[in-house]
Design a protein around this ligand. Structure first.
Ligand code: HEM
Ligand code: HEM
Length: 206
């Protein structure tokens, strides 16, 4: 049986840092796993807030939430730029076994990745514009990103209040689905999906 990867040609890209048709390179991997850890941190804090209410532990997470979230906003912009630079030599999405049977013509794996990217951009962006619109200023570690104005911008707060939390919980559902699909690929298709993001990289020229 031919492996799904045999349909894709190994790109001749010379560096381990960049992506190839068969696997993600160091930059994509660091961004993927670092951002995943930071996103889980955000959800851990907000879940504790929902369960425990106002406690010193929750206050700690709430204090860090905008700082970690804003860093995520910068990282997703870098990730999108890296995606664009590597667009001609990235791994293609391996279709799930069930795809030909359903024959919907929709590449669900690709759609899922696009949705994850979209939410990774929109959710912190909404949080950020809410913070801007609050007029309270933002100066993480004493570095002023924007100054305190004392004036609220009502529409930014209304928009973020309506969408930030809702989209974030929906994002969590998609993440659970994403992890479940990786498990299914590994357990039932054995097609090396996890290796593309986590396996050893062969030594190539610098
Ligand atoms: C990927 C990044 C982020 C994730 C996953 C995330 C997730 C969440 C979640 C799950 C909640 C709880 C919503 C609820 O109460 O039901 C929340 C609330 C909140 N987030 Fe974020 N967030 C992110 C980035 C940001 C950023 C960048 C900011 C500000 C700069 C921010 C500001 C807030 C604020 C102020 C709340 C409280 C809103 C309220 O009281 O309902 N978040 N976030
Ligand atoms: C916050 C959590 C996560 C998010 C937002 C996320 C997002 C993404 C995105 C957008 C991709 C597409 C490749 C890219 O451009 O980077 C991807 C690929 C991948 N992710 Fe995640 N991920 C998360 C957590 C995880 C976890 C916990 C695992 C481990 C089971 C995982 C395993 C993978 C694998 C194996 C791929 C490569 C899939 C392929 O080549 O088709 N991800 N992830």
């Amino acid at each position: 049986m031919t492996s799904p990867q045999s349909n894709t040609r190994q790109s001749n890209h010379p560096s381990n840092w960049a992506d190839t048709n068969l696997r993600y390179g160091y930059v994509s991997r660091v961004l993927h796993w670092l951002m995943a850890a930071m996103i889980f941190w955000q959800f851990l804090g907000m879940t504790l807030r929902a369960i425990l209410g106002r406690t010193p532990l929750v206050a700690f997470f709430v204090k860090w939430h905008p700082i970690v979230g804003s860093t995520l906003l910068v990282l997703i912009l870098l990730r999108l730029a890296w995606f664009w630079l590597n667009r001609h030599h990235r791994p293609g999405v391996i279709p799930p076994v069930s795809a030909p049977r359903y024959g919907s013509g929709i590449n669900w794996a690709k759609a899922g990745h696009v949705a994850l990217y979209g939410l990774m951009l929109c959710i912190p962006l909404l949080g950020f514009i809410r913070l801007y619109g609050s007029g309270r200023g933002f100066a993480p570690f004493g570095i002023e990103i924007f100054a305190e104005t004392g004036q609220e911008i009502a529409w930014t707060i209304a928009l973020a209040d309506a969408l930030h939390g809702e989209l974030a919980w929906f994002f969590l559902v998609l993440i659970v689905g994403h992890i479940a699909m990786v498990y299914i690929h590994e357990k039932y298709q054995n097609d090396g999906t996890l290796k593309r993001m986590a396996g050893r990289l062969k030594k190539t020229r610098k």
